[in-house]
Design a protein around this ligand. Structure first.
Ligand code: HAX
Length: 435
C-alpha cells in the first residue's frame, strides 16, 4: 500500500468514529431553520451537507481545509518561489487535512504518472462523437467510458463490504485524476487540432502536462494552469457540481458516474458554463459597439441592454458569496503581472467598475460582485487558447480534485444514501396554514 493510501486509512478511522459519535449522541439536535423560502428558492443556506475538504464564507470566500487562496499561494509546494502552487499539493491537503512537503507532492505526482494511460477504447469512443459535439458532452462521455475500468465496481461485484468501499474508491480516484488531463487534452486536440494528438511529457507536472498536451508550451502558461487548476478545485459541498457528485455517489454509483453527473451540472450557464458565456458576451459587446476598446460608458450601456433583455450578466453574482470572489482577485493579480496592455482583459477590468453599481441598483440581486468565471476566460484568451466552448472542461478537470477527495471521504465515513423529503404545493400551503 502506498504511504499516501496508508495515511488516508489511518486518518479516516478517527474521523469516522467522530462522525458516528456525533450522530449517536447529537443526532436529534436542530442546527438550522427550514423556511418555505429556503425550500422553494434552491435550498440556499440550508445546512444539510457534511463536507470536509473546504468551507465557503460569504464575506471572505473559500478556505480549503482552513487555508485561503493567498495562504495556499504562500504555503503549498511550488516549483520556484515566483510560481503558483501545484494543485497536486492542494489535493493532498484536501484529502489528508495536512499541508504537504514537496516530497509528498512528488510521491503523489509520481503515482499519478504511473497510472496515466488513456485506454484505446476511450479514444475510439471520443473519435466517434460528431465534430460539432459540445466539449462538455464529450467530457462526460469520456469519463463514463473510463468507468469500464472501475475498481470499485469490480470490488463491489466481488462482494466487498461497506467498510472496504473506500479502498477500491481510492484506486478509482487516483486512476481517474491521473487520466483526466489525458481525456481533456484528447477532446481539445480532436476538436481544434484535427485530432493531431500530443503525448504526455513525463517530466512535467499535472498542470503543465495538460497545457503541453493541448499544445501550449510556455512557462507562463504552465503557471497559469497551476493557478487555474488550484483555484477551481472546490467550493464546499452545496454547489451544483459538488453536490451532484456527492448525491449520485450516495447511491453507490461508481466515482466515474458520480463525477460525470457533476460535470453535466457544471455545464449549466448558471454554473461553470458561465466561463465561456462571459467571453461570448464580451465578444458580442465588441461587435455591437464596433471597437475592441469600448469606453466605460459604452460598456455601461451594453450591460443595461443585457439586463433589459431579461438576461443575466455572466460572471457576476453568487448564491453564497457576498463580496468579490477571491478566485477573481487571484486571477486579476496574475493578469496585472503577466498580461499588461491586453485590451480584452482591460474590458474585464472595466466591467469590474461598471457592473456592481448597476446590479446593486436593481435591488433584488444579493451579490453584485464578480465570481471566478468573470476572469478565467480572458486569461486563457491572452495566451491564445481561444476556444471558449472548451473552458468548462478545464474548470471540470480542476473541480475533480475537490469533489473526488470528498467522495473518497464519503466512502470512508460510510455516509448513507441521500433522500430529502419533498412536498406538493398543497403540502406547502398546509404548512403555511393556508386553507
Ligand atoms: N445579472 C442579472 N441578474 C442577476 C444576476 C446577474 N449577474 N445575478 C442574480 N441575478 C438575479 C437572479 O436571476 C434573480 O432574479 P429573479 O428573482 O428574477 O429570479 C435575482 O437576481 C436574485 O438572485 P440571487 O439570489 O442574487 O442569486 P441566485 O443565488 O439565485 O443565483 C447565480 C446565483 C450565480 C446563479 C446568479 O448570480 C447568476 O445567474 N449569475 C450569472 C451567471 C454566473 O456567473 N454563474 C456562475 C456563478 C459561479 C459559479 O458557480 N461558477 O461556476
Amino acid at each position: 500500500m502506498s504511504s499516501i493510501k496508508k495515511k488516508f486509512a489511518e486518518k479516516a478511522v478517527p474521523v469516522a468514529t467522530e462522525v458516528k459519535t456525533l450522530l449517536k449522541d447529537y443526532g436529534e439536535k436542530e442546527i438550522g431553520k427550514v423556511t418555505i423560502e429556503s425550500m422553494i428558492s434552491g435550498m440556499k443556506g440550508l445546512p444539510i451537507l457534511l463536507t470536509l475538504t473546504s468551507k465557503l464564507d460569504p464575506q471572505e470566500g473559500i478556505r480549503f481545509r482552513g487555508y485561503s487562496i493567498p495562504e495556499l499561494q504562500e504555503k503549498l509546494p511550488k516549483l520556484s518561489a515566483d510560481d503558483e502552487p501545484l494543485p497536486e499539493g492542494l489535493f493532498y491537503l484536501m484529502l489528508l487535512d495536512e499541508l504537504p512537503a514537496m516530497a509528498d507532492v512528488k510521491e503523489l505526482a509520481d503515482d499519478w504518472k504511473k497510472r496515466a494511460v488513456l485506454p484505446d477504447y476511450v479514444k475510439k469512443v471520443l473519435d466517434a462523437t460528431p465534430p460539432d459535439s459540445a466539449p462538455m458532452a464529450d467530457f462526460a462521455i469520456g469519463i463514463i467510458t473510463l468507468s469500464n475500468e472501475s475498481e470499485f465496481v469490480k470490488a463491489y461485484n466481488a462482494g466487498a463490504g461497506k467498510k472496504d468501499y473506500w479502498d477500491s474508491t481510492y484506486e478509482d480516484v487516483m486512476n481517474f485524476l491521473a487520466r483526466l488531463p489525458l481525456v481533456a487534452a484528447y477532446i481539445y486536440r480532436k476538436h481544434y487540432h484535427k485530432g493531431n494528438h500530443i503525448p504526455a511529457d513525463p517530466n512535467l507536472d499535472w498542470s503543465a502536462n495538460l497545457a503541453h498536451m493541448m499544445g501550449y508550451d510556455n512557462p507562463e502558461i504552465y503557471k497559469l494552469f497551476r493557478l487555474y487548476l488550484t483555484i477551481h478545485a472546490d467550493h464546499e459541498g452545496g454547489n451544483v457540481s459538488a453536490h451532484t457528485t456527492h448525491l449520485v455517489g450516495s447511491a453507490l454509483s461508481n466515482p466515474f458516474y458520480s463525477y460525470a453527473a457533476g460535470m453535466l451540472g457544471l455545464a449549466g450557464p448558471l454554473h461553470g458554463y458561465a466561463n465561456q458565456e462571459v467571453i461570448a458576451w464580451i465578444q458580442d459587446m465588441i461587435k455591437e459597439i464596433g471597437t475592441a476598446t469600448p469606453s466605460k460608458e459604452q460598456i455601461h450601456d451594453f450591460c443595461e441592454k443585457t439586463i433589459a433583455a431579461g438576461r443575466v450578466i455572466p460572471g457576476y453574482g453568487h448564491a453564497v458569496l457576498r463580496k468579490t470572489d477571491p478566485r477573481f482577485s487571484a486571477q486579476q493579480e496574475f493578469a496585472a503581472k503577466y498580461a499588461k496592455g491586453d485590451t480584452f482583459i482591460q474590458i474585464v477590468n472595466d466591467l469590474y467598475e461598471v457592473v456592481p453599481p448597476i446590479l446593486g441598483s436593481i435591488g433584488k440581486i444579493k451579490n453584485p460582485w464578480p465570481n471566478v468565471d468573470a476572469y478565467s476566460g480572458s486569461l486563457l484568451m491572452h495566451y491564445n487558447i481561444k476556444e471558449a466552448p472548451f473552458y468548462t472542461v478545464l474548470f471540470g478537470v480542476s473541480r475533480a480534485l475537490g469533489v473526488l477527495a470528498s467522495l473518497l471521504w464519503d466512502r470512508a465515513l460510510g455516509l448513507n444514501i441521500e433522500r430529502p423529503s419533498s412536498f406538493t404545493l398543497e403540502g406547502y400551503k398546509k404548512k403555511a396554514g393556508i386553507e
